[in-house]
Design a binder for this molecule. Sequence first.
Ligand SMILES: Nc1ncnc2c1ncn2[C@@H]1O[C@H](COP(=O)(O)OP(=O)(O)OP(=O)(O)O)[C@@H](O)[C@H]1O
Length: 624
Amino acid sequence: MVHTTKLWEVPKQLTFTRKLDPDFRIPSQDIAAKNEDNIIHKPRVLISGSFSWSLPEVRKEYRYLTSNDNALESLGLDPEQVADPRYQKVVSGEVYAESDFEDKGYPFPYAQAYAGWQFGQFAGQLGDGRVVNLFELEKPTNQGVRVPALANRNKYEVQLKGSGMTPFSRFADGKAVLRSSIREYIISEHLNAIGIPSTRALSLTYLPQTYAQRHAAEKCAIVSRFAELWIRLGSFDLYRWRGDRDGIRKLADYVIDELFTIDGKQFQHWKEILEKKDFLKDSSGINELTKYDNFYYETIVRNATTTAIWQCYGFLNGVLNTDNTSILGLSLDFGPFSIMDKYDPNYTPNSEDHQLRYGYKNTPTSIWWNLTRLGEDLAELIGGARLLDDEDFIKGNFKEEWEDEIISRATTVIEVGGEIYKYTFTKKYVETFFSRLGLSHKLIDESDPDKANSELIAPMLDMLYKVQCDFNKFFLVLQETEIEDESRFNATDIAETILLPVFNEDAPSRYDKNDLIEEITSWLGIFRRYVKESRNIDPTHSRTESKLYNPLFLPRNWILDQVIKHTEDSAGQDLTYLKKLEKMSSNPYDRSKWGTDLKELEDRWILQGDMGEDYAMLQCSCSS
Ligand SMILES: Nc1ncnc2c1ncn2[C@@H]1O[C@H](COP(=O)(O)OP(=O)(O)OP(=O)(O)O)[C@@H](O)[C@H]1O
C-alpha cells in the first residue's frame, strides 16, 4: 500500500498527559514555555506527578541521516517525504526550537517519570533523562509488517532519544552518542523484521557540533522512535517508592484503558493463549479475576512470549532492569545488546555484567524477577479485589484489618502468575524452535510442551554448545539438508560432510571429534523422527516454512562496529555502509531487498560464523 501522508500535516495528539498528572512544579505548558530558571531541563526529584513538560535542547547543527522504510510504512507515512526539510525538522526535534511550534500543530513535549530496579538494587527515580515524547500518530488501517499482533492500541507514541536534558537527567548530560544511536536504530527494526516484539526506530539525525564525553569525546545523534506505549515496569516502581496509591491506580487504569480494552471490554489475550490450561483451578480465592489481575497476567504473558523468542534467536538485551522491561513485552532500550554468535548459556554481551545476571541462561529468570516486582507494586490492587469498590480503599484510607487478606490474595495471584509465566515461556520457546527447525506446531503437546523440549531441543542445544558452530547458520544449513528421503539419508554422512564443516572444525574443542559425530548422528535421528511425524500429523505443513524464521543476515557486533566507524570517520557524509546495513537488517529474510551496491561487503557480512574467533561473541559496555 502506498502512503501519501506527510508527517508535518497529520493530526498529532497526546493521551498520556491528559490522563495522568503533571509534575506539580510545572503544572502547565505555559509555565514550561517560560522555562524560568531552566526548570524543564534541570534535574530534580519529583515528589508527585507522572511527567514533566520539557523541550528538546537546541543544537548548533542537525544533519539528517536516514529513515527506515518499514517504520515509515508502519506509521502510514509517505516514504518520499524524507528528503523534505519539514520532515527532517520534526524527527530531529529542530522544529521545537521555533516558538510557534504549537501553532503548527505540535503538542508540547514531555518526559515521563519512572524508577527502576537495576542489577537487583532499587535505584530510585530515573525517568526519561534524554528522551522527550512528542505526539501520537494513528496507525494506518492496513499494517504491512510481520509482527505478532500483541498490542491493540490504534496509535503509536513518537519520541526522541538523545534530545537533551530533562528533569530526569540526574547526573548525566541528556545526550546519546552516534555509536549507540546507530546500534539502537538498526537493532530495533531488525528485531521487528525478524518477528520479535520491539520498540521501533523511525530515523537517525547526526549532531556534528555536539559532543559527549564517554570513553573519549564522541559526536552525538538523535533517534526518533515509536511504540504503542512507553510504559515500563519501572513506571510502577516509582509510585510504590513514593507510597502513592492513587498514582499506581491511575497508571494501571491508564494502561488497561489504553491497551487492554477493546470496545469497552477488557481484552484477555492471555486467556486466549492459555485456553487449554486452567491455572486458577487449584488456587482458592482468586476465581473471580479483576481487571488488575487480568492486566498483570497480560503483562506476564507478553513478556514471557518475547523472552522465549529472544532465547530462540540468541538475542540478549544485556541490561534487563525493570526500567528496561516493557509493560507490553516489547524489546526496549538497546545498550550492550548482542545476537549470540555461538550457543553458550554463560554468554553475556555486557562486559560489565560480571555476575551474568543478564546473561543468556539467566534471562528468563531475570524477567520473572522483574515481573514479581511488578506484582508487588500492584499488590494492593491485585490483593484487594473485594475492596475495589470500597470508598476508603479508593481514597487510600487504608485499614489495618485489610492487610492479611490483601497479602494473601496478592501472593496467590503472583504465584499463579509464576505458573503462567513458566508455561507461556516454554510453549513459545518450543514453538519458535519448531518454526526454526521447520516442524509443525501440531506436534507439540499443549498440556506438556516441555516434553518436546527435553526430547529434541535441549539435546540440540547441548550439541551446539559442544560443537560451537554458528548458532544461526546451524538452522540455515539444516533447512537445506535432506532428512526425509530414506535412500539419501545417512545421519553419519550428514554429520561428517554437511554439518561438521559448519561446525567450525578449526575452533579448539574440548570434545573428541568422533564423540561429536556420534552425538550429532544421534540428534539427527531424533530430528528425523520429528520431521516424519510432523508430515504425518500435518500434511499441509512444509519444512521450507522455516525460511520465514531463519534470517539470512544478522547485524552482529563486528558489523555494527564497522558501520559505526565508517560513518563516524566520514563525519556522517558517507552513508553507504549504514544504508546497506539498514536494508539487510530490516529485510533479513529477503535478499531481493538488499540492493545491488556493495556486493563484496554483503558477501562478507553474510559469512555468519565463518569470520573466525576474533569476530564472535563480542561484548560492549553500557556507555552510550
Ligand atoms: N546521557 C544521559 N543523560 C541523561 N540521562 C541518561 C543518560 N544516559 C542514561 N540516562 C538515564 O539513566 C536511566 C538508565 O539509562 P538507560 O541507559 O537504561 O536508558 P536510556 O538508554 O537512556 O533510555 P531508554 O530506556 O529510554 O532507551 C534512564 O532514566 C535514562 O534516561
